[in-house]
Write a protein that binds this ligand. Structure first.
Ligand code: GLV
Ligand code: MN
Ligand code: MN
Length: 406
């Protein structure tokens, strides 16, 4: 029997492992993640799985099929969060998957395939600025150069892994081979308002939008805020402000393209100093790769024009880019059938947010089930879902697992 209340209670329990006293922030390879991993390991084992933490810090559980060693249906999501996060983004998918395995085990059921559940250690990329480290290790696309990425304190990923008690040399062994994973299926909150507007508790994802992420810097000349006349300034922040407005203008002009400057730092950063340097991020997404690349080219030209007009030096460094990840039609059809089995109208929709499936597609076909969230709010402590919707999502996932055909 599925226990939807336990799903929500477990989301609450994980939310207590946070570096914020009055909110939720849990970044990759933190002390809080170690505590969260221990909880999830315990739940997986209680659900009848063999479970362990792998070399990149994912929690990985396996429930054998009718005989040991069969290829698996892989379920999962992530256990890290953004800063001041909600408690369902990522965690809901891991906990619901464990709940489904718990129900299979309680009924003594074995399927013609194994079921694996992954709680990925890094999807959000908050700590090292590069996302999907957990799922890329499993998909075999982890780039060893990333081990030299540093966090805000200057700690390399390599050192952080060691401090967490992990051996970076073992990361390649985390990779799964094609054929071992029959499909990757992820339940996730929608993080948008479409399902709520249509009064539907769940939806089936058609594709995950692609994205480009850049670190941008503008350098001018720092100077005295009282003495330098306006016409003689090379103010990097005024240039960055124009760039942010260019992002808004370019993204708004192209259908379904979204662009965000989510982080910005001025240097030296004092009330009486003209900003000599500004660093900011660009996050650009679209459901079609050609649209995203067109927006990127237009923005690059706009940034160059702004920098030239203001005598600023511009640098743009790509942090990460992913093309659109299509979900497999045969898997979407199986999810549609599981939705219909609940007496609900199957509804397909794209995902504007990034997900572990973007990495997992390198090793297996992927699909996703979205669960409605209140007012479409996410990446926000106000993120919320109802117990009824959590229950519906769990029943649909269970039905999908039970009837799954590779
Ligand atoms: C992850 O949540 C992202 O889409 O940024
Ligand atoms: Mn997120
Ligand atoms: Mn997520």
């Amino acid at each position: 029997m599925l226990d939807p209340l336990r799903i929500l209670q477990r989301c609450d329990a994980l939310a207590r492992h946070s570096e914020l006293k009055d909110g939720l922030t849990r970044v990759f390879l933190s002390a809080e993640q170690k505590q969260a991993n221990a909880l999830v390991l315990g739940w997986m084992r209680e659900a009848g799985m063999r479970a362990d933490v792998d070399a990149i810090g994912n929690v990985a559980g396996r429930y054998e099929g009718e005989r040991p060693g069969l290829p698996c249906l892989m379920l999962g999501s992530h256990l890290d969060t953004v800063r001041d996060a909600g408690r369902y983004d990522g965690m809901l998918g891991v906990i619901t998957a464990i709940e489904c395995v718990h129900a299979l085990n309680a009924a003594g059921r074995r399927l013609p395939f194994a079921v694996e559940v992954l709680g990925f250690g890094d999807e959000e990329g908050v700590r090292f600025g590069t996302t999907l480290l957990g799922s890329r290790a499993v998909a075999g696309t982890f780039d060893a150069k990333t081990l030299q990425a540093v966090d805000a304190a200057g700690t390399t990923l390599e050192q952080a892994l060691r401090d967490f008690g992990l051996d970076p040399a073992r990361i390649p062994a985390v990779a799964r081979r094609k054929g071992e994973v029959l499909a990757y299926a992820e339940l996730h909150i929608e993080q948008g308002p479409v399902l709520e507007a249509e009064e539907l508790p769940v939806g089936v994802v058609t594709a995950i939008n692609g994205y480009s992420r850049y670190a941008v810097s503008l350098t001018g000349v720092a100077g005295h805020a009282g003495t330098v006349p306006m016409r003689l300034r090379r103010d990097a922040l005024a240039g960055a402000a124009e760039c942010a407005l260019a992002v808004e203008r370019v993204a708004s002009a192209l259908p379904e393209v979204v662009g965000t400057v989510g982080w910005l730092q001025t240097k030296p950063g004092a009330i009486n100093v003209i900003p000599g340097e500004v660093h900011f991020t660009l996050d650009l997404r679209a459901p079609k790769d050609e649209l995203r690349l067109a927006a990127l080219a237009e923005l690059r030209a706009a940034f160059e024009g702004i920098a030239a007009a203001r005598a600023l030096v511009l640098t743009m460094r790509e942090l990460q880019s992913f093309g659109v990840t299509p979900c497999a039609e045969r898997l979407m059809a199986q999810l549609d059938a599981a939705v219909a089995a609940e007496g609900l109208k199957p509804r397909r929709l794209p995902s504007g947010a990034g997900h572990d499936g973007m990495a997992m597609q390198a090793v297996a076909d992927v699909c996703m089930l979205f669960v409605r969230c209140k007012h479409g709010i996410s990446h926000n402590p106000a993120e919320s879902i109802t117990a009824e919707d959590a229950a519906t999502g769990a029943r649909v996932l269970m039905n999908f697992i039970e009837k799954f055909k590779p």
